[in-house]
Structure formats: structure tokens, C-alpha cells
Design a binder for this molecule. Structure first.
Ligand code: NAD
Length: 508
């Protein structure tokens, strides 16, 4: 296979569009933290730059919360939980308030999509159809659980009937620290707060330092929706400081973290001291298995979408492609053709399908992996380079002739880079798919029902998609096997993760 280098388009196509007046007014705000339904200044005044990844330029600053700020936020959430101002409300009122927040986001959907595009670099069109409706969907789904979550009447097995009355109730855990990554900022923030709030918990949310704008804008709407003070607090800051203080704070009962496996392990260790409840949604290196019976013309563009959507910055990105030997070359050809749809463009370009990566750090990381892959002997089938532009762009990349021990095959790149391998039979590909420390998602493409079920059963992953990829629904549990995390978010299991079971036995 010969390498086909990407032809760089003219620099004009990389010119970012002008920001709207409403976006400019958010960017012009003074850095502040949202505690007790009020905007407050950080105690030490330190700030972090906010960049537009499409230009690499600083566009705003956010607060870098101090330990004292974290203490204030936890105290606010603690008081709001302990006095029952939220958990003791009628569940229907909690449901209405969460739904009101969803309505307010919907009313400001265009503004949120633009902010997300400026802050994260994702195309505004993608944010408008994926991130913002997704955020609203999670809130509305979990709002419904507020009034449906209940306990169970259970009888002891060793006592005569009628001598005791016993039941198991579900109590809200308490104060939740929620730490989210930068790849789907608003979506991750609402995915986190919605089950906690529905269960009656109070929260301190820390968005990623690279992408905090939509979480801060969300905080405005929290107050407007009518949440009592202290129920939702939003603090911005760096992970190793603000995030670390939050994780170690004794006032926190539960930590819900989405991010890298590396940081997930640190958080899990730090939470052990006070035995905080922990759920972790971590990294992935998801396989996409394409069996020989498929229509390659249909499947190749889907396999391309599985890796290039959101510039590959997706925990469930289909970053390891396994195509049957008989269709391998045709699949690579099909993905290469589909890649033209995913040429990177500035995030506010209405025609953009793929934007830049989130930061210079991420650009260097992804390019570093591509270089390491080449050095290790991989061949670039397409891409493998970055267009010459000021933003953090990487061209869609397919690597072939890879070996199982290469870093590009083993490690999560978190960029638009797929490694493609051949296989001969089902058992072999199941083994190859499982040859990873991760287990978040997997895609299987075949019209053979038996092969589909056999692979779904053999592959160790929290979600297996058949003839599709990355469908996420608030009603269906989501989480990882192995080092992709533990616990499940979404669905009934998602809200149960914010509750403690309490057994009550009353002698009659
Ligand atoms: P990251 O782990 O670097 O950071 C995530 C969050 O953790 C940020 O808010 C950061 O400030 C904070 N943080 C960093 N160090 C901390 C510490 N010591 N203590 C407390 N908080 C700390 O991850 P990232 O680079 O922002 O996101 C990319 C990663 O997230 C990828 O590995 C991706 O697979 C994963 N991810 C997983 C899911 C999932 O549902 N499983 C979803 C999206 C992203």
C-alpha cells in the first residue's frame, strides 16, 4: 500500500468566523466561581487562559480555584444537602426544576453550540445536533427518575411472618464531586449533574480547565431554573490542584469522574482515605470489527465516522479497525475516500465536519503518536500530517502494517488516528479485539446474526454496537470493563449510583 499524503488547502479555509455578540459578552466576563447561586471571586485571583483551538489565540480567562475556594464550594453543597432544602422537596418539584433547566438550555441552544465550538474546537453544526440536544436529553431522562426511584418491601427469612416490618429504602448519597473532561463539555456536565440532582444529592462540578465556558453559562441557568442555593456549585481550575483538593475533601461523599485512566487511578487512590463512593468513566481503545459479508461501500464511511467524529477525541472512538483479510484493502480505500468529508476546518465554519484538536498539548501528543507509529514501522495510508495553519489541526489518519505491540495500537491516542489490522476468522479477531487493557466500547459489522452474537458475547466491553457505532442513550447504562472504569452511568443504574441502600427492620 502506498502512502497518500494529504494536500493542504489554502490558509483562507482556516480563517475562523467572527463571534456573535452573545458569545463575546460571555468571553468578556470577569473570572468567577458559582457558589451558593452567586458569582464569587477566587480568594487568590489566579486565572487560566481560555483558547480558541481554531486559532490558538486566547479569548478569555477563567478562575483557577484555590483550596479555600474548594472549601467554600463544598461547604455550600454540604449545607444544602444536610438541611434537606433539596433532598426533602417533593420529588415532583425536583423533577420540574431539572426539566426547567433543560428547557432553559433548549432556549439558549444556539448560544451553547457556539460557545462549545469556540472553547473546544468542535464544529458548531456538530455541537448543535449532538452535544446540546444530548445535554438536554440527559437532564430530561433523569428528571423523570426523581419521582420514580423507590425502595422495596422485603421480609426476613428467619423470623415468623408478621413479627417485624422490614424494608429497604434508597437514600441520596450526599455531596457529589463531579469532575469532567474537555471532549463534550456541556454534555458531560449535564450527564453528571442530572442523576445526582434527581436522587436528591447536591453537587460541586469541576469542568476541564480547557473547556469551562458552557459549564459556567449553565450555572447562570441553574439559578434561573430555581435550584435552591448550594445545590449546584461550579468551580473552575486545574486538575492537579482544584480537582485534587476536591477529591480529597472530607465533605465529599461521592466522586463521579470522567477522564483519562491515568487520572482515574490517582482519584481512586485519593478517595480511598475516606472511602468515598467512586464511579469512573475512563479511556478506551475501541475495536471496530468488520466481517467479510458486509457491503464495504456502506460500512467504510461508518468506520471513518467512528474514528474521525469529534476529531477522534471520543472515549469510544473506533480507533482499532479489524477488517477481514478478504475486504481489508477495499475497506482502507473506502475509509480514505470518506476522509475527504472529515477534512479539518475552523469550528464556526458551518460546513465543517471535523474541527481542530482541543489544545496545543493534544496536537503534540497526537503527532507524537503518529511519528512513533511511523518509526515503529507502520505505514501511513492517509493523512499522518497536520495542515499548516494556526489552529491545532490534524488530518484524518489511517495507519496500516501495524504490530500489536506498537504504542499506536496499545495506547489511547485521542485524535483522528485509526490503526487497521487484518484477521482471518472470528475467534482470532475476538482475541485481537480483547488484547487491550481497555474495555469501553466495540463495534461489530456483519449481516450474519450468529457471528454478531458470538462476537458480542466474546468481546469484553461495556457496550457492543452491532452495525452501528457510538449510539449513546440516556436510558441505557454506559461504562467500562477493565481499565475503562467502573460503575455505570445512565439508565436506572446511573441514578442508583447516587444512592445508598438502607435496610429498616421494625419489631412489631
Ligand atoms: P484528564 O483525565 O486529563 O482530565 C479530566 C478531568 O480531571 C479534568 O477536569 C481535569 O482537570 C481533572 N483532573 C486532572 N488531574 C486531576 C487530579 N489529580 N485530581 C482530580 N482531578 C484531576 O482527561 P482529559 O484529557 O480531560 O479527557 C480525555 C480522557 O477522558 C480520555 O482518556 C478519554 O477516553 C476520557 N473520557 C472518557 C469518557 C467515558 O465515558 N469513559 C468520556 C469522555 C472522555
Amino acid at each position: 500500500m502506498t502512502s497518500a499524503p494529504t494536500v493542504s488547502p489554502s490558509n483562507d479555509v482556516f480563517t475562523q468566523r467572527a463571534y456573535s455578540a452573545s458569545a463575546k459578552s460571555v468571553l468578556a466576563r470577569k473570572p468567577a466561581l458559582f457558589i451558593n447561586n452567586e458569582w464569587v471571586q477566587s480568594t487568590h485571583g489566579a486565572t487560566i487562559a481560555v483558547e480558541d483551538p481554531s486559532t490558538g489565540k486566547e479569548v478569555a480567562r477563567i478562575a483557577d480555584a484555590s483550596e479555600a475556594d474548594v472549601n467554600r464550594a463544598v461547604e455550600a453543597a454540604r449545607n444544602a444537602f444536610d438541611d434537606g432544602r433539596w433532598s426533602h422537596l417533593p420529588p415532583s418539584q425536583r423533577e420540574r426544576t431539572i426539566n426547567k433547566l433543560a428547557d432553559l438550555i433548549e432556549a439558549h441552544a444556539a448560544e451553547f453550540a457556539e460557545l462549545e465550538a469556540i472553547d473546544n474546537g468542535k464544529p458548531i453544526g456538530m455541537a448543535a445536533v449532538v452535544d446540546i440536544p444530548g445535554a438536554i436529553g440527559h437532564l430530561r431522562y433523569m428528571a423523570g427518575w426523581a419521582s420514580k426511584l423507590g425502595g422495596e418491601l422485603m421480609e426476613p427469612q428467619g423470623l415468623p411472618r408478621g413479627t417485624v416490618f422490614s424494608y429497604v429504602s434508597r437514600d441520596p448519597i450526599g455531596v457529589a464531586a463531579q469532575i469532567v473532561p474537555w471532549n463534550f463539555p456541556l454534555l458531560m456536565a449535564t450527564l453528571k449533574i442530572s442523576p445526582a440532582l434527581a436522587a436528591g444529592c447536591t453537587v460541586v462540578l469541576k469542568p476541564a480547565e480547557q473547556t469551562s465556558l458552557t459549564a459556567l453559562r449553565l450555572a447562570d441557568l441553574v439559578a434561573e431554573a430555581g435550584f435552591p442555593p448550594g445545590v449546584v456549585n461550579v468551580i473552575t481550575g486545574n486538575g492537579h490542584t482544584t480537582g485534587d483538593y476536591l477529591v480529597k475533601h472530607p465533605g465529599i461523599d461521592k466522586i463521579a469522574f470522567t477522564g483519562s485512566t491515568e487520572v482515574g487511578k490517582i482519584i481512586n487512590r485519593n478517595a480511598t482515605e475516606t472511602l468515598k463512593r467512586v464511579t469512573l468513566e475512563l479511556g478506551g481503545k475501541s475495536p471496530v470489527v468488520v466481517m467479510p459479508d458486509v457491503n464495504v461501500a456502506e460500512v467504510a464511511p461508518n468506520a471513518a465516522g467512528a474514528i474521525f467524529f469529534n476529531s477522534g477525541q471520543v472515549c469510544i472512538a473506533g480507533s482499532r479497525l479489524f477488517a477481514h483479510r478478504s475486504i481489508f484493502d477495499k475497506m482502507i480505500e473506502g475509509i480514505s475516500q470518506a476522509a475527504s468529508f472529515w477534512q479539518p476546518r475552523p469550528s464556526l465554519d458551518p460546513q465543517a465536519h471535523m474541527g481542530p484538536l482541543v489544545s496545543k498539548e493534544q496536537l503534540d501528543r497526537v503527532m507524537g503518536y503518529i511519528e512513533a507509529g511511523k518509526k515503529d514501522g507502520a505505514t501511513v495510508a492517509i493523512g499522518g500530517d497536520a495542515p499548516s495553519a494556526n489552529g491545532y489541526y490534524v488530518n484524518p489518519t489511517v495507519l496500516v502494517n501495524v504490530k500489536p505491540n506498537m504504542s499506536v495500537v496499545r495506547e489511547e491516542i485521542f485524535g483522528p488516528v485509526v490503526v487497521a489490522q487484518r484477521f482471518d476468522d472470528l475467534d482470532e479477531v475476538a482475541k485481537m479485539a480483547n488484547d487491550t487493557c481497555y474495555g469501553l466500547g466495540a463495534g461489530v459489522w456483519t449481516r450474519d446474526v450468529s457471528a454478531m452474537h458470538r462476537l458480542a458475547s466474546k468481546i469484553k466491553a461495556g457496550t457492543v454496537w452491532g452495525n452501528c457505532h457510538a449510539i449513546i442513550d440516556p436510558a441505557l447504562p454506559f461504562g467500562g470493563f477493565k481499565q475503562s472504569g467502573f460503575g455505570r452511568e445512565q439508565g436506572k443504574q446511573g441514578i442508583e449510583a447516587y444512592t445508598e441502600l438502607k435496610t429498616v427492620i421494625i419489631k412489631l
